[in-house]
Write a protein of this length. Structure first.
Length: 105
């Protein structure tokens, strides 16, 4: 049995392997767009708000906001360290759940 065909097969596969490797590298180093980061923050905030509200649905508004902000900040993969963006999204997530400040609570 002759193995002389192996080098030609490898030579034919090298361009495909190089393209696949380049595509993988580009995908790994691609910086997410602002919209992608905002969408991810919104998803994280929605999950954090749902979790916090489920633990204490009758908590005061300020406590809910504080707890959601803490839950968001502790999340893995958080796309921003911007405190104002996290605070805004925490409030928005609570409002999406129907939680709004009522009578100073």
């Amino acid at each position: 049995m002759s193995w002389s065909w192996i080098p030609s097969v490898i030579q034919n596969l090298i361009p495909f392997a190089a393209i696949a490797a380049a595509a993988w590298i580009v995908k790994r180093i691609k910086k997410p767009s602002d919209k992608e980061r905002a969408d991810l923050l919104s998803i994280i905030a929605n999950a954090a708000a749902a979790y916090v509200v489920s633990l204490n649905p009758s908590a005061a508004w300020a406590d809910l906001v504080r707890d959601v902000i803490q839950a968001i900040s502790a999340s893995a993969g958080l796309p921003t360290k911007n405190v104002q963006a996290i605070e805004r999204e925490a409030v928005a997530a609570l409002v999406r759940l129907g939680k709004v400040p009522v009578g100073g609570r």
